[in-house]
Write a protein that binds this ligand. Structure first.
Ligand code: A2P
Length: 271
């Protein structure tokens, strides 16, 4: 199951998130995930687990894998971004990265446009197949696209039924940008215990997490649930053989209370 990116490259419809895992936890989780059939592995320089995530290539042909990593805030700027990329690539032990994202826009530093120029260069060099952003607003995306003529193909943002990103998703769709959802399960228990979710799970003979991940797929997003638990990893991947009706989807709408669990793109500083 893949979605076609605007640059013509296919991306898996669901992946494994690795935050917060250390190298050893990532090594174990990714090894198991690959054996279950996961092909998209999402890591980041700031997670400190790229070397662990690198184990993915041990058991599957490189072209079958889709490895995403992200540039940390301390490496914003043209030259710093090129250095940050080389460091990530060395930790990952890869010739190329499938998708490289600017992790946060850090608007206060005013460097994300220069950073994006470096990303365009990396793509031209073939060191990165696809380039995108994370936690960017439409205004910020318009700026980098306007300055360079190159649009990001993905924006990875916080998204779950509690924070469904309706407006941003509609804007992405108009601009041929794939929405990738971080914290797709709302980080676990509270969302998964909501009666609307557990009722739908019972009605479909599925788990609450499967209902929520299916919601992402039907919203057109690519979720990257994090789990270190083999049984949960298995169930999180099995969301392509059932579907939620429009009534089912409507039952999840009241969960949208508008609250973020993570950082606000305009103010969040992560170096
Ligand atoms: P664990 O790693 O012990 O499985 P998110 O991806 O939204 O950040 O959510 C991750 C959290 O949800 C983690 O605490 C993870 O715990 C938990 N989780 C992941 N998959 C499932 C599942 N299928 N059922 C219940 N909890 C899950």
């Amino acid at each position: 199951m893949t979605v076609m990116l605007a640059d013509g490259r296919p991306m898996p419809r669901l992946g494994l998130g690795t935050w917060p895992m250390n190298d050893e936890e990532a090594r174990q989780a990714v090894t198991h995930a690959i054996s279950l059939g996961y092909r998209l592995i999402d890591t980041a320089a700031s997670y400190g687990n790229e070397a662990g995530a690198a184990v993915a290539q041990a058991s599957v042909a490189r072209e079958e894998l889709f490895v995403t990593t992200k540039l940390r805030g301390s490496h914003h700027g043209y030259d710093a971004a090129l250095r940050g990329f080389e460091e990530s690539r060395a930790r990952l032990g890869l010739d190329y990265v499938d998708l490289y994202l600017i992790h946060w826009p850090l608007p206060g530093r005013g460097l994300y446009i220069d950073t994006w120029r470096a990303f365009v260069h990396l793509r031209e060099q073939g060191l990165v197949h696809s380039i995108g952003v994370s936690n960017f607003t439409p205004e910020q995306i318009d700026r980098i696209t306007g300055e360079t003529g190159v649009a990001p193909v993905v924006n990875q943002v916080e998204m779950h039924p509690g924070f469904p990103q309706d407006e941003l998703r509609a804007w992405h769709a108009e601009h041929d940008i794939v929405t990738e959802s971080w914290s797709p399960l709302g980080r676990g228990s509270k969302l998964l215990d909501e009666p609307a979710v557990t009722d739908l799970a019972a009605a479909h003979g599925r788990t609450p997490a499967q209902v929520v991940l299916r919601w992402h797929v039907q919203m057109g997003a690519v979720p990257i649930p994090k789990s270190a638990d083999p049984e949960r990893m298995r169930q999180n991947l099995e969301v392509f053989d059932f579907s939620l009706s429009s009534e089912d989807l409507a039952r999840l709408e009241p969960l949208a209370t508008g609250g973020r669990l993570g950082g606000d793109p305009d103010t969040h500083v992560e170096l």
